[in-house]
Write a protein that binds this ligand. Structure first.
Ligand code: FAD
Length: 385
């Protein structure tokens, strides 16, 4: 038995206080917090290995690193420098923070460390096990041994942007999505400072950004945007960008690269994210900053709130306390970012992007960009348990 596959987690009784669906960061964190409070938690994940099929670049903002104990040995060097490029890459705007701003997680080991902590806390974890639906308080699972059923008092949908649990609990679902894809490969060390390069070019990344993060250990080369607006599709956009991406001088792209990708909800936290039978966390709840598309910090913060509310409901036997887990209240607190997201969505032509750079090169433009990129404001702090 390895640390993250605790033998026969479904067990003969097939009951749990809480069934958590999805072992991304949101599911792992919620499950661990609940188990630490003494609840019987079953965590199911359809992937067979948590280090495979990763869907994130893994950029953590400093505020997350300050507030959550992520293992430093699985984090890349600190990044202070962001370079913003217009279409054509000429006259970029360089912003350097006085403090460390980001670190890129080595996500495979980070997920595995979080899974080991979950199992240590008492979470029963079933990998290669898919949540297939729900009837009454019984959920259908399909695992290595075939279909099975589990009765759980509460279900947590930590199953990502296209959450099946949200559908089954009749909760809100993400409708406003970007899609992103990136390649990851090792880079030789260089004298360049670790840098986050962002290209604002709607022909490459319609409605969002193309990026290169080169922290001197790994390069992440990616694009994201509205799926129906890529002129030649997402894959071709990534190929085009990869051929001329900035920040990779002296770096040869190896033949074999790791490929990552997936949907990114950017419509803001959904309004209805709980009911008497369960709740949603992470991407399933739309907990992603609509402007920066960062979801790692929000998913950790919202998981703490979710675990506190579920703990209360289990201890008191009062499912109605889950009504306090209210997406509408959280959503109201980042209305400004939704407005800015709409602004970014409207940058539809390279000419518009170039015009935006005229503004960005002015002192107020640079100050505004600095506030978005270095602002410590990726997600409103929900009440913590
Ligand atoms: C290309 C890309 C790059 C990104 N880069 C960053 C970044 O650098 N920084 C940042 O802050 N945010 C980034 N994001 C967003 C961030 O990665 C997500 O917001 C965050 O990882 C969400 O975590 P989660 O646990 O909610 O969902 P996920 O990590 O998607 O986890 C959901 C899990 O549920 C499992 N699952 C789904 N359905 C089922 C089922 N039926 N049964 C069992 N298991 C199921 C999936 O296999 C998955 O493991 C990026 C997103 C993308 C797509």
């Amino acid at each position: 038995m390895n640390a993250t596959d605790n033998s026969h987690p479904l067990g003969a009784a097939a009951r749990a206080d809480v069934l958590v669906v999805g072992a991304g960061l949101a599911g792992l964190h919620t499950a661990t917090l609940l188990a630490r409070r003494g609840h019987d938690v079953l965590l199911v994940e359809r992937r067979a290995r948590l280090a495979g099929a990763i869907r994130t670049t893994g950029i953590f903002v400093q505020k997350t690193l300050d507030d959550f104990p992520l293992p430093p040995e699985h984090l890349g060097p600190p990044i202070r420098r962001v370079v913003l490029y217009p279409p054509g890459l000429r006259r970029p705007v360089s912003l350097v923070s006085a403090r460390d701003e980001y670190r890129v997680g080595d996500m495979g080991p980070l997920y595995e460390t979080a899974a080991a902590a979950a199992v240590d806390a008492g979470v029963r974890m079933a990998l290669a096990t898919r949540y297939a639906g729900r009837q009454g308080d019984t959920c259908r699972l399909v695992g290595r041994g075939g279909p099975t059923a589990v009765r759980a008092r509460f279900v947590v949908g930590a199953d990502g942007a296209r959450s099946k649990v949200a559908r089954d609990l009749a909760l809100d679902r993400n409708r406003h999505l970007l899609v992103g894809a990136e390649e990851v490969f090792e880079v030789p060390g260089s004298d360049e400072p670790p840098t986050f390069h962002c290209v604002l070019d709607p022909s490459l990344a319609p409605g969002y950004l193309a990026w290169v993060v080169n922290d001197g250990r790994h390069a992440h080369v990616g694009v994201a945007g509205y799926a129906d607006r890529f002129p030649e599709g997402l894959r071709r956009a990534l190929e085009r960008f990869g051929a001329s991406a900035p920040g990779l001088a002296g770096v040869d792209r190896p033949e074999a690269v790791e490929r990552r990708g997936g949907p990114i909800p950017v419509g803001g936290v959904l309004r209805r994210i709980s009911c008497a039978d369960g709740l949603l966390v992470g991407d399933a709840a739309g907990a992603v900053s609509p402007l920066t598309a960062g979801g790692l910090d929000p998913c950790l913060r919202l998981s703490e709130f979710a675990a506190a509310v579920l703990d209360d409901a289990l201890r008191t036997g009062r499912p109605e306390v889950l009504a306090g887990y209210d997406g509408a209240a959280l959503r109201a607190r980042f209305r400004g970012r939704l407005v800015l997201r709409r602004g970014l969505a409207h940058v539809r032509t390279p000419a518009w992007a170039a015009a935006a750079f005229t503004l960005l090169r002015t002192p107020p433009g640079r100050a505004a960009a600095g506030r978005v990129l270095f602002g410590d404001r990726s997600f409103p702090d929900p009440p913590r348990g």
